[in-house]
Design a protein around this ligand. Structure first.
Ligand code: ADP
Ligand code: MG
Length: 311
């Protein structure tokens, strides 16, 4: 590209609400064939709220103990799901030994969380954390996911220190889900139009998320995306981009989270959502200042026109 092309491109880019890191970024923008969109915080607003909870078989008092325990554990996590749960239930119980399991959930020891008032480990997260999910919770989770919502399960286990059984073998009781929390996150009002614009540019559009497939599919249907890659662990998002590249695609990736940074760096063109994390911005070539994905389509259209005419 000539210096003029860069000036024109970056000037209009700024008007569209796109920050361009360097001249090469425009060249890469022009050649993109596939655009991969992160779900939470990119296609959706990324501001979750707790919309329902189910605690089958528990008395109201038992349910409060379990859900306040879950909220107290989530108060230690920065995940948008955690923030929704912690905000909805402000009562706090003492918590220690907090651990996050990336892409799955959180666990900690909570004072008095056991059914008998003993301390217990409280687990909050996706299905993959649990050994057993009772049918009634499974069905309620399916129904919520079918509407694009995220189902979060809660369960408890005895504190590990008491877990040495006969013959010195650690005995682990199966972890059973006892409660369901449903969190909801609205799709951005401009996302469907942005997807339409990407398709008009001839791009393949892919939705990529760590969330459940059913919830991801519901969001994809709402905005008109036909290809969904869901239940991807944070460390595996970059591999998905690499696989698409190995199939011959020139990949643009749009993301907002710390989780997305390796995939943004791996992509031929990384686009950060300006409302997201610094880490995502640093790993990207372009930043969509407002988070409106239509600006990404404008940037691709513009780079094709600008670089196409000047050279
Ligand atoms: P995304 O790709 O949407 O940013 P993540 O990889 O961060 O998703 O998380 C994937 C899934 O792991 C979530 O949809 C949720 O089921 C579960 N999860 C992760 N962190 C938490 C948490 N703090 N509390 C509850 N569930 C969680
Ligand atoms: Mg995200």
């Amino acid at each position: 590209a000539t210096p003029l092309a860069i000036m024109v491109g970056t000037g209009r880019g700024a008007q569209l609400g796109v920050l361009v890191k360097g001249p090469e970024a425009l060249e890469d923008t022009r050649e993109v064939t596939t655009i991969v969109l992160d779900k939470t915080g990119t296609v959706t607003e990324g501001r979750m709220t707790l919309v329902a909870s189910e605690t089958p078989g528990l008395t109201p008092e038992q349910a409060d103990v379990l859900l306040d325990s879950a909220a107290s554990v989530e108060a230690r996590s920065e995940h948008p799901i955690a923030q929704a749960i912690a905000a909805a239930r402000p009562a706090r119980v003492p918590v220690k030994g907090f651990r996050a399991i990336p892409g799955s959930g959180v666990v900690a020891t909570v004072k008095g969380a056991g059914a008998d008032g003993a301390n217990a480990e409280v687990h909050v997260g996706s299905r993959r954390l649990f050994d057993e999910v009772p049918e009634v919770l499974e069905q309620a989770a399916h129904a919520a996911e079918g509407e694009g919502r995220t189902a979060v399960l809660v369960g408890r286990s005895p504190v590990a220190a008491g877990g040495l059984g006969m013959g010195g073998l650690a005995v682990r009781t199966p972890l059973v889900a006892e409660a369901l929390l449903v969190v909801s996150d609205a799709v951005k009002p401009t996302s469907a139009e942005a997807v339409r614009a990407f398709r008009e540019l001839g791009l393949d559009v892919v939705l990529l998320t760590g969330d459940n497939s059913r919830a991801a599919q519901a969001v994809a249907d709402e905005v008109g995306i036909s290809r969904v890659i869901a239940e991807v662990l944070p460390g595996d998002k970059a591999d998905v981009v690499r696989t698409l590249q190995a199939e011959g695609a020139r990949v643009a990736m749009v993301g907002d989270g710390i989780n997305d940074a390796p995939a943004l760096a791996q992509a031929d063109l990384g686009l950060a959502v300006g409302t997201g994390t610094d880490v995502a911005r640093e790993a990207s070539d372009l930043t969509i200042v407002s988070g409106d994905l239509r600006a990404a389509a404008d940037a691709i259209a513009l780079s094709r026109r600008t670089l196409g005419t000047i050279r």
